[in-house]
Structures are given as structure tokens and as C-alpha cells.
Design a binder for this molecule. Sequence first.
Ligand SMILES: NC(=O)c1ccc[n+]([C@@H]2O[C@H](COP(=O)([O-])OP(=O)(O)OC[C@H]3O[C@@H](n4cnc5c(N)ncnc54)[C@H](OP(=O)(O)O)[C@@H]3O)[C@@H](O)[C@H]2O)c1
Length: 300
Amino acid sequence: MESAIQGALPRLMITGSSGFLGWQLCCQAISKWQVYGLYLNNVPLASHITSIQCDLTHPKQLRSVFSSIAPKAVIHAAAVSTPQLCRQDPDTSFKVNVEATAHLAELCARIKTKLLFVSTDLVFDGYHAPYSEDSPVSPVNIYGKHKAMAEKLVLERLPEAAVCRLPLLFGWAPGPRRNFTLRIIEALADCRPVSLFVDQYRSPLDTHSAARALLKFLNWQGLLHLGGLRRVSRYQMGLLIAAAMGGDTGWLKPISLAECQDQEPQAPDVSLDSSLASRAGFKPLPLEQGLRQTVERFIR
Ligand SMILES: NC(=O)c1ccc[n+]([C@@H]2O[C@H](COP(=O)([O-])OP(=O)(O)OC[C@H]3O[C@@H](n4cnc5c(N)ncnc54)[C@H](OP(=O)(O)O)[C@@H]3O)[C@@H](O)[C@H]2O)c1
């Protein structure tokens, strides 16, 4: 019975379905879509989806999977998603983040499939925040450069595509993947010190609100910023997480970007101006509430 109902639903292809955001997207999408989740190495953990292994950097493989699914819409969330990995392996970053994205846009354009490309606040340099959709891109690292190139190619090949820029994401997801927030929660739970920048700001968003918004704005055309409600430093995020865990802030060590030994260029403030999305009905969870839910889910 359930599969008969699923079969009547339109088909949504989600790339990166085994990822941090992809899991949330799949979980939320199944009520309205027949979901086809593409992955590379890790079988997606979401239930009630059809999982398909596909290396997006192999054009023939992607073409064949795409035409066998014949999706009504695509959410492209697969990526080499961290600046560190992109710096270590820029060729793979280019193949996945730029070439595969452009190829997917061409496939969607050919059969008029709706495409939503998930991009990032790191297309900006961090010196002119808050950034709106009209702000010119100015990436400082390879990840941001490749995502900015991909955005441009998507909108050239398929002007009716949606390109949604997300901020730093937080939340719980199954599996071994770790993100910034979970690393802080784990350090505090184990009574280990954790150093956090007092002068690096983002507008963080929980993955539940992010996935809900991406599904809501699937038919958007052009750029859209989906930032969280507050601009906070990484250290302030740490304080809020510590408060949600009972209040011990002693393990949080404030540091400044100037003390950073990392070779990675850092953007000091890439907070997003999301007023366009707000006017269109974007209602993310308040930051404290999202962090409390993440902590509760982690402890459970
Ligand atoms: N996380 C954040 O804070 C954040 C912030 C702003 C924007 N974003 C954007 O949001 C999207 C999702 O990020 P995320 O944090 O969920 O990423 P993630 O957890 O690192 O997941 C990346 C996904 O991409 C897939 N993938 C990588 N290379 C592939 C390839 N060659 N072929 C097919 N699939 C491939 C991975 O598959 P396997 O696991 O199966 O190998 C995985 O499902 C990305 O576009 C990212 O740029 C993320």
C-alpha cells in the first residue's frame, strides 16, 4: 500500500543523500515526493527512499542514472563540502563541485527538470557582511571559488534554477560524520578544551530548518540566501552550546583569527542577509532552540 502511494508521488532526485544535510532532506521530502537518493561511498541512512550509487564525476554514469529516474526535480546537495578537503585535493573539488554541477544543470535543462543547487556563504570574503543576493561574490578559498564558479554555470545553463546559499549548518545526523557543533558538544561532554574564534562570525542554521526551506523554495528562480536568525561568533556558539548542556563554559578557550596557525584563508564575517527569503515565508528555528534540540538529540 505504502509503495503504491509512493509510486503516485512525483520523483525527486537528491544528490548527496548520504551527507549531513542530505539525510534531513530525504527524511522531510518523502511525505511529498518519491525520493531517489544518490550517494558515492556511504549508503544513505534515510528510510523509504531509493538509494542509487553514482559517481557524479563520471558523466556517462550520471547521464544514465538521471535518465532512468527521469526526475521532476533535483536537489543537488553533493559536494566536496569543506574548505580543508578542497585545499588538499583541488582537482577533485573542481570535478565534483564545478564540473559535475554544470553537467547536472545541462541534463536538467534538456528535459526541463527543476534544479535547486545548494551553495554556501563562503562565496564571500567576509569583509562586507551582511551579504545579500545582490552582493558580488569574492571567495577567499578554493571551496568558495569552486562553489561560485558552479553557481554561475548553473544559472547560465538553466536560468530558472534555484541557487540557495546556506550558512554554517548544525544539527544531528546519524552515522560517523561530524560537524562543528557536534565536535564542540563532544569536547564539552568529555571535559576537553576547545578553542573557538571570537572574531569569526556566521549566521548558523539548523539542518532541519535548512531542509524545510530548500523543499519550500524548490521552485525559486535565481539566488536565495537562507541564513539563520542571528549573527554570532564561533565562541558565542560555544557559549550557547555550553548553556544548552548545563552551563560549564570553562572548557571553551577564546582565540582570535590572528592566532590561527592554519594555512587556510579565513573569512571573518560571512553572515547572510536573508530578508528576501523571510519576506517569502522563510521561518527558521531560533538559534538557541535549534542548539538545544541538537544537544538533546546527541545526549539521547
Ligand atoms: N555543512 C555545512 O555547514 C554547509 C554550509 C553551507 C553550505 N553547505 C553545502 O550544503 C551541501 C551539503 O553539505 P553537507 O555538509 O551535507 O556535505 P557532506 O556531509 O560532506 O556530504 C557530501 C555528500 O556529497 C556526496 N559526494 C561527494 N562526492 C561525490 C561524488 N563524486 N559523487 C556523488 N556523490 C558525492 C557524498 O557521498 P558519500 O558520503 O556517499 O561519499 C555525501 O553524500 C553542500 O553543497 C555544501 O557545499 C554545507
